[in-house]
Design a binder for this molecule. Structure first.
Ligand code: AHM
Ligand code: MG
Length: 334
């Protein structure tokens, strides 16, 4: 049943903002810029396989332009789509060292954006789903260019978060703290259309996602938990099925729709975990909570962790509520 005619991402963002009488439209403008960046990136990702045809990375292509690595190109695309509009005071990205300042010749605004331009980049060259992840905060400094204090905020201060999944379709999934909504790109009209309204993650399983090749590097508790998931017990839906793409957005998205748990724990090679709090974990933690799930580092709620620096890494256990709670029990007991 169609309840609202065609709901484009643009219209959805504006209707959400209208619920706040004090809203200035600045936030809608920021999200619209992001949607444009997502469309440009979707086009670039779709053409990635042609790089070998049109020119190798670092070479000049047939048009005499330098062919950039796709993750660098994605980083620059997002920065240039957002740095001039006057909505942001500073940005930070997994692909840039230090803060990304707004150039002097552009106005600054009240928001801060953190992003991972193309996560799962080891999958680019093999045509497997990858994603863009973003977090938006309100600035804490009063004016001028944003500083590290604006960027190093706890995830519970996010005003919005989301991701773009470049899969068999491109999806834009976002939340402003009023539920989690997914939009699928229709290339024939160039719009993201509402396809998954107010998504809720199932309470548990049937999937688990972890790089099981690192089994012998894990803690005892982690090994016991994963062994438990593999035991035969139809009453609790076990064994769970393993699905691991190695592309966080894709692994997260599947578990969000079907139920289950994603884990990137500490291991002997990654004593602090691998994933970044600011660019990966915070955003997805905000989203999963909107969908009724949980995200933890094993002990603490991801959203309550104080970032120490831009590269802060965390173990990440995220997904269906009951699965995450049980994983924490196993880790506590070990
Ligand atoms: P990246 O930011 O360098 O792309 O790394 C992050 C990716 C995640 O998408 C994924 O969950 C994880 O790294 C996979 O790591 P591993 O190959 O160690 O399993
Ligand atoms: Mg990444």
């Amino acid at each position: 049943m169609i309840k609202h005619g065609i709901m484009t991402l643009q219209r959805h963002i504006m209707e959400q903002e209208r619920k706040f009488p004090m809203a200035t439209g600045e936030f809608s403008g920021l999200m619209s810029d992001l949607a444009v960046a997502a469309k440009i990136l979707a086009r670039s990702v779709n053409k990635a396989g042609l790089i070998d045809v049109l020119g190798f990375t670092g070479d000049e292509n047939i048009f005499g332009e330098e062919v950039k690595k796709l993750d660098i190109l994605a980083n620059e695309t997002i920065i240039h789509a957002l740095d001039h509009s006057g909505h942001l005071c500073v940005m930070a990205s997994e692909e840039s060292d230090g803060l990304i300042e707004i150039p002097d010749y552009h106005p600054v605004g009240k928001y801060v954006m953190l992003f991972d331009p193309l996560d799962g980049s080891s999958n680019i060259d093999v045509n497997i789903s990858i994603g863009t992840i973003f977090s938006i905060f309100r600035r804490v400094t009063p004016s001028g260019k944003g500083t590290l204090a604006d960027v190093l905020q706890q995830g519970n201060q996010q005003v919005a978060a989301g991701y773009v999944l470049y899969g068999s379709s491109t999806m834009f999934v976002y939340s402003t703290g009023q539920g989690l909504h997914g939009f699928t790109y229709d290339p024939s009209i160039g719009e993201f259309l509402l396809s998954n309204e107010d998504m809720k993650i199932p309470e548990h399983g049937p999937y688990y996602s972890i790089n099981e090749g690192y089994y012998h590097r894990w803690s005892e508790g982690m090994r016991r938990y994963v062994s438990y998931l593999k035991e035969e017990d139809p009453a609790t839906g076990r064994p769970y099925s393993l699905r691991y793409i190695g592309s966080l957005v894709a692994d997260f998205h599947r578990n969000l729709l079907y139920g289950g748990i994603f884990l990137y724990p500490t291991d002997t090679l990654h004593p602090k975990g691998k994933l970044r709090l600011l660019y990966e974990a915070n955003s997805l933690a905000f989203l999963v909570e909107q969908a009724g799930g949980l995200a933890t580092d094993g002990v603490r709620r991801i959203l309550d962790i104080q970032p120490e620096d831009l590269g802060h890494r965390v173990p990440l256990i995220i997904g269906s509520k009951k699965d995450v709670e049980l994983a924490m029990d196993f880790l506590r007991e070990s």
